[in-house]
Design a protein around this ligand. Structure first.
Ligand code: FES
Length: 115
């Protein structure tokens, strides 16, 4: 999996995150989180582009009530799960920082992180 300049860090078994759910991780001191939607994983830094705070309001609670958006608990900003774009709230038009990832042999990896 590794090329000469690519690192891969295992996060968890892909099955450890249920469909439509999210999970927080700490990689080398950096907070990130993963969301699983329609079988795909989307990973972001756990840092709101508005004030820089972490997004969840309790452990692994990164989504709004119907699971359709990532939501920041501080001021309610909503972010698209697939691309991290803020579509509502004080940082509308800004984006979460995406984190490259890969599923291989049933394991979820973060790639080239921290960049
Ligand atoms: S800190 Fe996230 S919306 Fe204000």
């Amino acid at each position: 999996m590794n090329s000469s300049n690519q690192t891969a860090t295992i996060l968890c078994a892909a099955s450890a995150i249920a469909e439509g759910r999210a999970k927080a991780f700490n990689v080398n001191g950096k907070a990130i989180f993963a969301v699983k939607k329609l079988g795909k994983f989307y990973l972001y830094r756990n840092r709101c582009p508005h004030l820089g705070s972490e997004l969840e309001w309790e452990d692994n609670a990164f989504l709004n009530s119907d699971g359709s958006f990532i939501q920041c608990h501080t001021h309610g900003a909503l972010f698209e799960i697939e691309n991290g774009l803020c579509v509502s709230g004080p940082c509308a038009g800004a984006s979460l920082i995406s984190v490259a990832n890969q599923v291989r042999d049933g394991q979820l990896y973060v790639l080239n992180y921290p960049a």
